[in-house]
Write a new protein. Structure first.
Length: 229
């Protein structure tokens, strides 16, 4: 039985709202056999609660990491917590040896919301993902902050989204990429290659000049004007 310190209605939410991002991840896990779940970022335990609920149903295990002590967020026999920086993968894997030996079915990134930190996590943890496992990255849609005219959080979320997309561009042969909108956005990177296969080195992908993007509508109108002449 899952006892959550801060979230009492999680089971109801998971049943009633199929578009809820926690529900999307829980539904993904239902096809897995005794899945290993790695959660990077716990805080009040919203996702922890959802993961533990499904883990108890399908005999999975939830391994959570947070820079702060969140060991009382949830009570469940299927949950283990360690306080650590989530970049310290050797320390984490030494404590969670099953992840190192058998691989991970789902990794959820919801810790430090800066693009460079997310990129480091993707490069570190992709290797330990099983084939057909997935990394889910939270907070990749800036619309809620654009509505509030909040420039700083809008920039942070847009940069994270761009980083996740560039990681996919550099690994399109190894990843099936999906974006879920609504809430604060959720990116899904499903691994197509085997456990312990590492990501490609990040290279800069060609992009058009920003100035060209600005002037393109005017150039198009000019072109259409001369076509009609």
């Amino acid at each position: 039985m899952v006892i959550s310190k801060n979230y009492k209605d999680t089971e109801k939410i998971l049943k009633e709202n199929k578009y809820n991002h926690l529900r999307i991840m829980v539904d993904f896990l239902k096809s897995k056999n005794k899945p290993n779940i790695l959660e990077l970022g716990v805080e009040r335990g919203a996702s922890t609660t959802a993961f533990c609920i499904i883990a108890e149903e399908i005999d999975g295990k939830v391994y959570s990491v947070d820079i702060n002590n969140c060991n009382d967020a949830v009570t469940s026999n299927n949950w283990r917590f360690i306080q650590s920086n989530d970049l310290n993968h050797n320390f984490i894997l030494d404590n969670f040896k099953e992840l190192k030996n058998n691989g991970i079915d789902l990794i959820y990134i919801d810790s430090y919301h800066e693009n460079y930190h997310v990129l480091k996590l993707l490069n570190i943890w992709f290797k330990y993902l099983k084939k057909n496992g997935a990394i889910f990255v939270d907070d990749v849609e800036s619309l809620p902050f654009r509505k509030k005219k909040d420039p700083w959080n809008s920039i942070v979320y847009d940069q994270t989204k761009e980083t996740v997309r560039n990681f996919y561009y550099n690994n399109e042969d190894k990843i099936f990429f999906t974006m879920y909108y609504g809430e604060n956005g959720l990116a899904k990177l499903e691994k197509l290659t085997d456990f312990l296969d590492e990501p490609n080195k990040i290279k800069k992908i060609w992009n058009y000049n920003y100035l060209l993007k600005v002037v393109y509508p005017y150039l198009r109108r000019l072109k259409n004007y001369f076509k009609k002449s």
